[in-house]
Design a protein around this ligand. Structure first.
Ligand SMILES: [Zn+2]
Length: 411
């Protein structure tokens, strides 16, 4: 078991003038309190408390200052402050919420004054989606967070921690690829080949596919009706409830997918690369397209983080034609019915096959054919999940924070 700690990067999406003003107020009060406590050479939490207690800040920011100032003075032996300190909040100061029906899906609650906070839409680093899903599900713990501004844009960096099992040291060739197909009829389908190369143990979550379609549909009919009646608030809480139900289904299915992988020797879960999926989708309806994108991204992120928790690697492959090719001969066939794939190659023994299972085997086979896209490894056990790409600047205190984290949690 290894404890992983990660700094999650969120960009606050275009706060309006009112919210921008509130963020600036918080920063100003925080920096003044920090400066005062620093000038007073506070070396204990009690001394720092006596100074910062008078400021118009949330308890989360004050508590962060009480911890931070004595460390700044005793650990780093600093004689002067950098001018550009992020505002720190202790854990639990921040809340995360997910509203997939909105154009910006993620929301963060930022403490402002005592008993007053701001809910703001936030764009996470897309590579870190698995971490957000884990936090949202309570499978990761939130630590300290830091709020800062760069070139007129506000960012939040959140420290998150979770436990993962160490990956076994099998080489890539010795692994058994499990194809994971995400679809409409069957929400998820998995399949792999046995030691003789025959497709085996297909598993379909088609009831869950039905459930999700029903929930999605009742969301649209009901919220439209409620909005026509002007009941926006009821529509919103009704919507939240339905999205939570969908999320519950997703969490159960993704847990079962990882359990399936655990039952296979030296597994690797193979997913379709989402960037290709977005390009190849041609649903007419914008909302429909966006929702499918959301469902793909959410299911993938949940599978990823749960697999990493169990030490199971995850790879992605190019999804081109995975639903159209015959897994036995590679010929492009057709689907006479949604659930049926028919091979049109007369020389092929296969004939008809369950379409989602055919897709899952094709996805698994692309791993073996060397078409998998191993993500950029950043080192550590987290490599299966996170690339090195950054969407937001790092705050200037990142190094100090890492040391501080060690200092705080090691004792
Ligand atoms: Zn065939």
């Amino acid at each position: 078991m290894t404890e992983l700690t990660k700094t999650l990067e969120l960009k606050l999406v275009e706060p309006n003038a009112h919210k921008r003003g509130k963020l600036q107020e918080t920063r100003k009060a925080y920096q003044k309190a920090l400066q005062d406590a620093f000038n007073a050479r506070c070396t204990t939490q009690t001394e720092a408390n006596d100074v910062v207690v008078n400021y118009d800040l949330s308890g989360y920011a004050k508590n962060a200052l009480k911890k931070y100032v004595p460390q700044l003075i005793t650990t780093y032996n600093a004689s002067e402050l950098y001018d550009d300190h992020p505002v720190r909040f202790t854990n639990e100061g921040l809340r995360l919420d997910h509203k997939p029906e909105n154009a910006i899906e993620w929301y963060v609650k930022i403490p402002h004054h005592e008993d007053y906070h701001l809910w703001m839409p936030a764009q996470p680093n897309p590579e870190q989606r698995g971490w957000l899903e884990a936090l949202n599900a309570g499978d990761a713990t939130m630590g300290e967070s830091r709020l800062f501004e760069r070139d007129g844009t506000w960012y939040l960096h959140v420290t998150a921690t979770r436990n993962v099992e160490d990956s076994s040291g099998e080489s890539a060739e010795e692994r058994t690829p499990i194809g994971v197909d995400i679809g409409e009829a069957s929400l998820v389908t998995v399949c792999h080949r046995d030691e003789h190369g025959s497709p085996t143990a297909p598993k379909l979550w088609d009831n869950e596919g039905k459930t999700v379609r029903r929930l999605r549909k009742s969301y649209f009919t009901a919220t439209r009706r409620l909005q026509i009646r002007g009941s926006e608030r009821i529509a919103e809480s009704f919507g939240d409830d339905l999205w939570n139900q969908i999320d519950d289904v997703f969490h159960r299915v993704t847990r079962e997918v990882v359990e399936y992988a655990e039952s296979v020797e030296n597994p690797v879960l193979v997913l379709e690369d989402l960037t290709y999926i977005r390009e190849s989708m041609n649903y007419g309806d914008f909302m429909n397209r966006r929702l499918h994108g959301w469902e793909f991204a959410k299911l993938h992120a949940q599978i990823r983080y749960k697999a990493v928790e169990k030490g199971i690697p995850v790879e992605t492959v190019n999804p081109r034609n995975t639903s159209k090719e015959c897994h036995a001969c590679g010929e492009v066939g057709h689907r006479p019915r949604q659930a049926t794939f028919k091979c049109t190659n007369n020389a092929c023994w296969m004939g008809e096959y369950q379409a989602d299972v055919n897709g899952a085997i094709n996805i698994a086979d692309r791993y073996l054919s060397g078409e998998s896209h191993s993500r950029k490894h950043t080192g550590g056990n987290d490599s299966a999940e996170d690339g090195g790409r950054l969407t937001a600047p790092q705050d200037s205190q990142a190094d100090a924070t890492q040391q501080e984290t060690l200092g705080t949690y090691a004792s």
